[in-house]
Design a protein around this ligand. Structure first.
Ligand SMILES: [Mg+2]
Length: 227
């Protein structure tokens, strides 16, 4: 790892050498990024994550031996067990509405992108997840998760999972699940953004979720949004 805090260290995982070559050139052309490793399958990707602790990993979902979902799961599990910070993982997929993306998010990915994304969008996504936010392919997350929920066997909404939350936390949960930003939630509930952040942290803790995107998936899976 190079100068901590100076550059974003990025690791690249994809089984297609040509695709990696394109991304490598793109990342190396950025002054605030540095490529710290490449892997062509899930297992070497897990080893690389442990050895080099990249800030951000671009993770192909479909690879021959171990797919990106399983690799993400192992990387997150290892970091939790070791008490180290996990890399921020961006799942890469060829298909819009790819259900593997839902699994990747549930496994702890910070978001996903289509491989057809514009280079500038990918670079922005790397910077965004590095600063602690989630990214998603534009416009598709809700339809994706709603689709996943329709395919699931869940029979009806199980609102009892929200019993652990206070009334205010439940409000925050439902607004966040609909995709509102902290600022929008603050405006809608007439409280400060700091208060929203505190509630949101507590909601994630109580529901044992790691990210806001997992919260969205959680709400859709359990049909808590009334759709
Ligand atoms: Mg692939």
């Amino acid at each position: 790892m190079a100068d901590a805090g100076a550059r974003i260290t990025v690791a690249l995982v994809d089984d297609q050498p040509l695709f990696r070559a394109g991304l490598r050139m793109l990342i190396e052309s950025q002054e605030d990024m540095e490529l710290c490793g490449e892997a062509g399958d899930g297992e070497p990707a897990v080893a690389m994550a442990i050895e080099r602790s990249p800030d951000v990993m671009l993770m192909d979902l479909r690879m021959p031996m171990m797919d990106g979902v399983e690799a993400t799961r192992r990387i997150v599990r290892h970091a939790a067990a070791a008490g180290t910070e996990k890399p921020k993982i961006i799942a890469l997929t060829t298909f819009n509405r790819d259900q593997a993306v839902v699994q990747a998010v549930q496994a702890g990915a910070s978001g996903y992108l289509l491989k057809s994304a514009e280079p500038e969008f990918l670079l922005a996504a790397i910077r965004t997840v590095h600063s602690g936010y989630s990214v998603i392919a534009p416009g598709s997350v809700h339809s994706l998760f709603a689709h996943a929920a329709r395919n699931a066997l869940a029979s009806g909404p199980d609102l009892s999972v929200l019993d652990v939350l206070s009334v205010r936390e439940r409000d925050v949960f439902l607004l966040a699940a609909k995709g509102l930003s902290n600022g929008e939630m603050a405006g809608s509930l007439f409280v400060s953004e700091a208060t929203i952040k505190t509630h949101l942290r507590s909601v994630l803790d109580k529901l044992q979720l790691r990210t806001r995107l997992q919260l969205v998936a959680f709400a859709h899976e359990r049909r808590l949004l009334g759709n």
